[in-house]
Design a protein around this ligand. Structure first.
Ligand code: DMJ
Length: 571
């Protein structure tokens, strides 16, 4: 008879109610578990360990679906004893917000999986940036934009636009080597003393904004000097009869002019240069920059022709009045007017009430005049109004709005702004996943008739995707401010689709003509500077769980994703 053979059978008996004394102390339970573990045979122990490892692997493989709801509720475990070593490291790295004791293995496990996943997603963005940079470096170095298919470049202003737009992205993504080579180009090659016409808005948000934010992140005065140079060269744009700036300036000659066919400027353009010029004044202690852009806001605030706070798309530089009235959109030519009302208010320490009032009124105007639901699935969308007629058309550009609404709610504005942000975020995501390539077109039309079979239609001329950032931008805000990880999962899906349909093997990413044809999306042969300046930066910030990485309580992003500091309170 071999007594030891009994060890191959498990017999775990629990003390029942009637079994006498019941010791509930932690120590007793630990000892009892340990005793039971030791009672198992080697075979049984191996089997259990094997199953645990298997579960671990399955957990990683099916991670997004399994942990979606769990991750949304990051556990906060009270700190009872020494944190686990792994957990300590995660805490130190600012990766997780829970504190773990020895009994919280499942949560540590989830956090660990989160950590592994986060690192791999962040690396994927760095990799995408390196690939984009490789193409730019090889075929377009020092020029405005890469043409990745023809392995050449295009010029817009002839100022190395992509390189300047991407400076702070490289810094944030921790791509120091790439940053250093770009910096030495700025130091040795970049000159604004050139006989070129530049668009005031585009060069303010991309060049002035990019240089100012890089100065703040690095502390290197090279960037501040360059910012002063371009800022002062743009000032002639404000020499107009109305003080509403012209759209174009020759930065070499110091002469500004409107486009050849009109004396109008675009409303979004003249009202989305304020964050940058205000910051330039603060840094240089020279008031003329801030004064010029404040005058524009003052005039627009008082103008007739708004509808419940919504603005038309054009403004005349001679008389300072709105023109082409009666059309209201949150898309092209009006979009960032709304964004900059809120962001100037935040930048200035939430003191400029007029900006806040205009913003709040405009959001009410959106709700009253532009908000509708689609059929059959009831997606909330922002349409347009043309002379009293509603059009269910929405530009991809409007997808900045969920992020802006969420930012407002975070800064104390009504909670229903956050509710609307979430609804619109879902719509913007649907604009991607309902397309055959999983990439959004430039413009969609929503169906509103009962009995429609699909929510979204796309016209032939609107099927292109320019690698725009707005949806990723809003995903970043929504994730950062709600901590709901589903927004990261959505972003990851979108990044995969950019990889699949827009990546060019020799380097770079390209805009495409047709998001509805996965077989031949038809490359446009252009990588916009905002893909590096904005889209990839927002992807990185979306996938990072570190809320201190460009804290939304310390920085406000300009409309080209360049973070500028929120001004310290002087009170
Ligand atoms: C960028 O230049 C800015 O985000 C601007 O506000 C809108 N257009 C592009 C990106 O889509």
């Amino acid at each position: 008879m071999h007594l030891s053979s009994r060890q191959d059978y498990v017999s775990i008996s629990f003390a029942g109610q009637g079994s006498g004394s019941y010791n509930n102390s932690k120590q007793w339970r630990r000892q009892s578990c340990w005793r039971k573990w030791k009672q198992l045979s080697r075979l049984q122990r191996s089997l259990i360990l094997f199953i645990l490892v298997l579960l671990f692997i399955c957990g990683i493989a099916s991670y997004p679906s399994v942990t979606e709801h769990l991750r949304g509720k990051t556990p906060f475990i009270s700190y009872e004893s020494e944190p686990l070593v792994g957990c300590q490291n995660l805490l130190k790295a600012g990766i997780i917000e829970c504190q773990c004791n020895k009994d919280c293995f499942p949560f540590t496990f989830i956090s660990f999986v989160s950590f592994v996943l986060e690192s791999s997603w962040l690396e994927a963005v760095q990799e995408a940036f390196r690939h984009a940079w490789k193409g730019y470096k090889e075929f377009a170095w020092g020029h405005d934009e890469l043409r990745p298919i023809s392995k050449s470049y295009s010029e817009w202003f002839g100022l190395g636009l992509t390189l300047i737009d991407a400076l702070d992205t490289m810094w944030i993504l921790d791509l120091k080597e790439e940053f250093e080579e770009a910096k030495s180009w700025v130091a040795t090659e970049l000159t604004f003393n050139k006989n070129v016409d530049v668009n005031l808005f585009e060069s303010t948000i991309r060049i002035l904004g990019g240089l100012l934010s890089t100065y703040h992140l690095t502390g290197d005065t090279l960037f501040l000097d360059k910012a002063k140079d371009i800022g002062s060269r743009l000032m002639p744009a404000f020499n107009t009869p109305s003080k509403i700036p012209y759209s174009d300036v020759n930065i070499g000659k110091g002469i500004a002019h409107p486009p050849r066919w009109t004396s109008d400027s675009t409303v979004a353009e003249v009202t989305s240069i304020q964050l940058e010029f205000r910051e330039l004044s603060r840094l240089t202690q020279e008031p003329q920059y801030q004064a010029a852009v404040a005058e524009v806001m003052k005039q627009v605030h008082k103008l007739d022709g708004k509808l419940d706070g919504l603005v038309p798309m054009f403004i005349n530089t001679n008389n300072g009045q709105f023109t082409h009235q009666g059309i209201y959109t949150l898309g092209a030519r009006a979009d960032s007017y709304y964004e900059y009302l809120l962001k100037q208010w935040i930048q200035g320490g939430k003191k400029e009430n007029q900006l806040l009032e205009d913003y709040l009124q405009a959001i009410e105007g959106v709700k009253k005049n532009l908000l509708q639901k689609s059929s059959p699935n009831g997606l909330t969308f922002v349409g347009e109004l043309s002379h009293g007629q509603f059009s269910p058309k929405m530009d991809h550009l409007v997808c900045f709005l969920p992020g802006t609404l969420a930012l407002g709610a975070h800064n104390g504005l009504p909670a229903d702004h956050m509710d609307l942000a979430k609804e619109l975020m879902e719509t913007c995501y649907q604009m991607y996943i309902q397309m055959e390539t999983g990439l959004s077109p430039e413009i969609v039309h929503f169906n509103m008739h009962q009995g429609s079979t699909r929510d979204i239609d796309v016209k032939l001329a609107d099927r292109h995707n320019l690698l725009r950032p707005e949806t990723v931008e809003s995903l970043f805000y929504l994730h950062r401010l709600t901590k709901d990880h589903k927004y990261q999962d959505w972003g990851w899906e979108i990044l995969q689709n950019f990889e699949k349909y827009t990546k060019v093997s020799s380097g770079g990413y390209t805009s495409i003509n047709n998001v509805r044809d996965p077989e031949y999306p038809s490359p446009r042969d252009k990588m916009e500077s905002f893909f590096l300046g904005e889209t990839l930066k927002y992807f990185y910030l979306l996938f990072s769980n570190n809320t201190n990485l460009i804290s939304l309580d310390q920085y406000v992003f300009n409309t080209e994703a360049h973070p500028l500091p929120i001004w310290p309170s002087t009170a």
